[in-house]
Design a protein around this ligand. Structure first.
Ligand code: CP3
Length: 337
């Protein structure tokens, strides 16, 4: 087994495995070339030979222990009837936000999935080209994070429109989260069938919700999504921002939890008994000098659990990150035998 999969299951490893959330992206010169060749970010995602190539780029350059399929959390919403664009600045934009329960009723999940075959093909191609010890991670957005995009129409700072919609229409919001959970379950199963060795569910905007709201609305939807993978034997990682949610995440049917940089790692280890912990260097630290990166990475490793730990950042890598900072991060972890 690969070092990454062993660590997902809490097994012994010679050193912590390492990969980086959003490791394929604009901080890599070879990514910018591929994106220009494809014409747009969406065309790049939807062209499997190019998407597979971009998936492999960071593994080739840095020798990461895992690759993550190149796509975006919004792409599997297109088959449900959601239209969006990725402008050069400011993140994804929906053509029409789905602000009201009437709008949510119009979401039409295809009965047996469909509309995302390009992701399966990207995975199959990437797995064929990866070194055998390197795992391929499939992923999707979590129901709450996707619901926020639908209601807000884009990336929101405080998620007020989504939180207000949840408060005003609790029954309908529950239903919206269930529809998204079921659609993402089909989508993840498709990725596993195509060869993904592990899956990660991104609840990037979890931090916007209270623990009570998360317990009542989000946890049941996440359970529904994760349970769908029960029979596959594939490790499930949940990324969620927000230390106040750790006790709730501890009860989820998943093998690993990825935590943000606000959470002390030793604390996360204790709050998540029996689970692997992933994270959690502040991505902004990689904008500092190599010496600073080395010191901060060592501090992260010192606080990490000895078993069941995957080194990563606490959120996605920032576009302006110097390549040297990434090498320093990875080499410091490799030195930690
Ligand atoms: O290596 C990888 O991880 C790449 C695959 C990947 C992308 N998006 C590509 C991408 C993954 C796993 C994602 C997940 C994603 N997308 C999340 C969850 C993770 C997180 O960071 O919280 C979220 C919230 C999104 C939504 C999204 N997509 C935003 C907010 C943005 C704009 C921010 C930015 O970096 O520009 C995107 C666009 C996006 N997704 C890019 C990439 C490489 C940049 C597109 C470009 O090339 O211009």
């Amino acid at each position: 087994v690969s070092r990454f999969l062993a660590a997902c299951r809490g097994g012994a490893v010679d050193r912590p495995p390492v990969w980086i959330m959003r490791q394929a992206g604009r901080y890599l010169p070879e990514y910018r070339v591929a994106r220009a060749r494809a014409g747009s970010f969406l065309a790049l995602c939807r062209t499997p030979p190019l998407a597979a190539e971009v998936t492999l780029q960071p593994v080739r350059r840095f020798g990461f222990d895992a690759a993550i399929v190149f796509s975006d959390i919004l792409l599997p919403l297109a088959p449900l009837g959601v239209e969006f664009a990725f402008p050069d600045e400011g993140g994804p934009r929906l053509d029409r936000p789905l602000a009201q329960p009437e709008d949510w009723d119009r979401l039409r999940p295809p009965e047996h999935g469909g509309g995302t075959a390009f992701v399966a093909e990207t995975i199959a191609r990437a797995v064929r080209q990866l070194p055998p010890e390197t795992a391929l991670i499939g992923f999707c957005g979590a129901p709450w994070t996707l619901a926020s995009y639908l209601v807000e129409g884009g990336t929101s700072r405080d998620h007020v429109a989504a939180r207000a919609a949840l408060a005003a229409h609790p029954r309908e919001f529950h239903r919206l989260l269930d529809v998204l959970a079921d659609a993402m379950a089909v989508y993840l199963l498709q990725q596993v069938a195509a060869g993904a060795h592990a899956v990660q569910v991104f609840d990037s905007w979890a931090l916007a919700l209270s623990a009570d709201t998360y317990a009542e609305f989000v946890v049941p939807a996440l359970e529904r999504l994760l349970r769908a993978l029960d029979g596959t034997g594939v490790p499930r990682i949940v990324y969620a921002s927000g230390a106040h949610l750790l006790p709730l995440l501890a009860g989820l049917p998943c093998e690993a939890v990825s935590v943000d940089w606000r959470v002390p790692l030793d604390w996360a280890g204790r709050a998540l008994p029996g689970k692997t912990v992933q994270g959690n260097l502040d991505p902004a630290v990689l904008l500092a000098s190599p010496d600073t990166v080395r010191v901060a990475t060592r501090a992260m490793l010192a606080a990490a659990p000895t078993r069941g730990y995957i080194a990563n950042l606490g959120h996605g890598i920032l576009p302006g990150t110097p390549l040297e900072a990434v090498s320093t991060f990875v080499e410091t972890i490799r030195g930690a035998a």
